[in-house]
Design a protein around this ligand. Structure first.
Ligand code: F6R
Length: 614
């Protein structure tokens, strides 16, 4: 949700900032802007629409050369996505420029105060007040760092702010509260980004900032302080992926590349999980065996695709560990006054580690004395930092806005957590756990087999260009897969798509079925005979009413053939693990259909990768 870049050093700040924005554009693409500071003072340009519009404007009207600059790519919250509301915002004297991610909750009150003092605010944003307030401070004689500390102390809400001062061209100052910001440390140069992708081509040395901290960047290095001006320290770390991970590698979309990376991502997420004696180990599990044995209830909280991973986790944990599990949308969690205590384990699933709804939910859980375990893909992000324990997924950077490899590796982490709890609680024998681990280790090869069917799935997707509506059916662990398939189609192809538990159809949704309606059916493995039979009945019911069925069924399942207008074969896996292979054709289907419709698959309309506002 908004991408932020900052640079000070020897290079062309314009080049570094624009390149950084290109890598962060997945975070928001309603508008983009840049401000440069040099001997000439401050120069800025900003444009509604994608980054390309800003690049064109700069090409037509070049900005003066500078080696200090900031940039922004926006996902609009306050005010329409137009040129005026685009960032950077400037103070009244055009001395200070600011970019911002997040929401300043008390902006109306601060704006009224500024307007009472005859400030003219030209945009509808909450950001512009920060530019005016910072400028008032530097005009009073303090440096930009002190100005930032003082202004942030007046702000409420969640924000990352990055500012430059025309009278101090060697300094970029930033601050964060509940919103992402990382620092890149180079030789004689320093970088800022909403995530490391912004500067990974220049340095892999990064610094993670704590809550309510201000950072000052100069060529000489980086200084961190608190909002009340005390010196502080960030946590330094080395980024363990390189530029190629943030490139498309010959694919048309990041999403497609990420779908094809799934065999490796799943394998990486399984790496190093067995001890020398063969027992399952989770390095970042900071909860003791006794704390885990004391767990009597688990509540999983997450949003969107991560929520569906949580639904699958419920089946696995309840079956293998016999612990009751609730799965709850993070945005709803704290409003229903959930019953929590020290024996409740809250599991927060988040690819980005920055989702505001999930973050607020875990804070609520911790206040109620529950332990929180995060399942997260982003090292150094806020959610794992604020949790008692973490299982990192090792998907690598996920750039496409629609989650794919993030989802699959979340599933892997959920299975590992379930097996670990079973090991600690003794609800499964060691050899049973070993058997499932072996089955998981075979999954990367099985995903490869699904990916080999991509050309046929693409062909099928293209024939659905004119479909107005698509339904997805599943049962048991296939139900969240149906929901995920529908979400992918909604967000990428902008089609009406709904996922249903197949047994629920006859209670209402079957009224939607009409002649020719495409219905994608996730058929459970035959090993679960009752489930399989019941699914076949559901498929027959929709077919009898004219639906065209596209069935995803395991190799060797011949009973499905008469009921499938189209058949996509899945490798044979146990029912609990089937989501790992069944979701892949649905990802391919949505990606290709959206491409055929001419949509921007990596940056669907109205969305942003990391949703840092509630
Ligand atoms: C859909 C998608 C979103 C995210 C959701 C949670 O493809 O990506 O639904 O899953 O916004 O994001 P994280 O996992 O970063 O908390």
């Amino acid at each position: 949700m908004c991408g932020i870049v900052g640079y000070v050093g020897e290079r062309s700040a314009q080049d570094v900032v624009i390149e950084g924005l290109r890598r962060l554009e997945y975070r928001g693409y309603d508008s983009a802007g840049i401000a440069l500071v040099g001997a000439h003072g401050l120069a800025s340009d900003k444009r509604a629409g994608k980054l390309a519009n800003l690049e064109k404007a700069i090409a037509d009207h070049p900005l003066p050369a500078a080696t200090t600059g900031i940039g922004h790519t926006r996902w609009a919250t306050h005010g329409a996505p137009n040129d005026v509301n685009a960032h950077p915002h400037l103070g009244a004297a055009r001395r200070v420029a600011v970019v911002h991610n997040g929401i300043i909750e008390n902006f109306a009150e601060l704006r009224a105060r500024l307007e009472d003092d005859d400030h003219v605010l030209v945009s509808e944003t909450d950001t512009e007040i920060a530019a005016h307030l910072l400028e008032l401070q530097v005009q009073s004689g303090v440096d930009l760092t002190t100005a930032m500390q003082r202004v942030c102390s007046q702000l409420e809400g969640a924000f990352t702010l990055v500012a430059v001062d025309a009278d101090d061209p060697e300094r970029v100052v930033a601050a964060r509260r509940n919103s992402p910001l990382v620092v890149g440390i180079g030789e004689g140069e320093s970088f800022l980004g909403s995530d490391v992708a912004a500067f990974i081509e220049h340095t892999r040395e990064a610094l993670e900032l704590g809550q309510d901290q201000v950072v000052t960047l100069t060529r000489a290095g980086v200084e961190v302080s608190t909002f009340d001006g005390r010196p502080a320290e960030g946590r330094r770390y080395h980024v363990d992926w390189d530029l190629s991970a943030a490139e498309k590698d010959g694919h048309d979309w990041f999403m497609r590349k990420e779908i094809f990376e799934q065999p490796r991502a799943v394998a990486d997420s399984l790496l190093g999980r067995r001890s020398a004696s063969g027992r399952l180990q989770l390095d970042e599990m900071r909860l003791s065996d006794q704390e885990l044995r004391d767990v009597t209830k688990i509540i999983i909280i997450a949003c969107g695709t991560s929520f569906y991973a949580g639904m699958v986790a419920k089946y696995a944990i309840e079956h293998w560990c016999r612990i009751p599990v609730e799965v709850e949308l993070a945005s709803e969690f704290r409003y229903r006054d959930p019953i929590l205590d020290y024996s409740t384990l809250v599991v927060a699933i988040s690819q980005s580690g920055e989702t505001a709804d999930t973050l607020q939910a875990i804070r609520h859980a911790r206040v109620q004395r529950s332990k929180v375990l995060a399942i997260c893909n982003t090292n150094g992000s806020t959610i794992p930092r604020e949790s008692d324990a973490v299982i990192y997924t090792h998907a690598g950077p996920e750039i496409g806005v629609a989650s794919t490899k993030g989802f699959l590796t979340q599933l892997v982490a959920c299975y590992l957590l379930a097996l670990y709890l079973a090991q600690v609680k003794g609800t499964r024998y060691g050899d049973e756990i070993d058997q499932v681990l072996g089955q998981l280790e075979a999954v990367p090869g099985q995903i490869e087999a699904v990916l080999e069917q991509a050309p046929a799935i693409y062909e099928l997707a293209r024939t659905h260009r004119d479909s107005g509506s698509v339904l997805f059916l599943g049962r048991h662990a296939g139900y969240p897969v149906a929901l995920e398939g529908a979400l992918k189609l909604k967000e990428l192809a902008y089609l009406h798509a709904e996922g249903f538990a197949a047994g629920e159809l006859k209670h209402g949704p079957i009224a939607l079925v009409d002649q020719g309606l495409p219905v994608l059916c996730v058929v459970p493995p035959q090993g679960r005979d009752q489930l399989h039979d019941k699914m076949l009945s559901g498929i027959q019911e929709v077919r009898a009413r004219g639906a065209r069925t596209i069935c995803l069924a395991e190799e060797g399942d011949e009973r499905i053939t008469p009921y499938a207008d189209e058949l996509i074969r899945l490798p044979r896996v146990p029912v609990l693990l089937q989501p790992l292979v069944a979701v892949v054709p649905l990802q391919l289907f949505a990606c290709e259909l959206a491409t055929a419709l001419g949509h921007d698959v990596d940056q669907p309309r109205n969305l942003a990768k990391s949703v840092t506002v509630e």
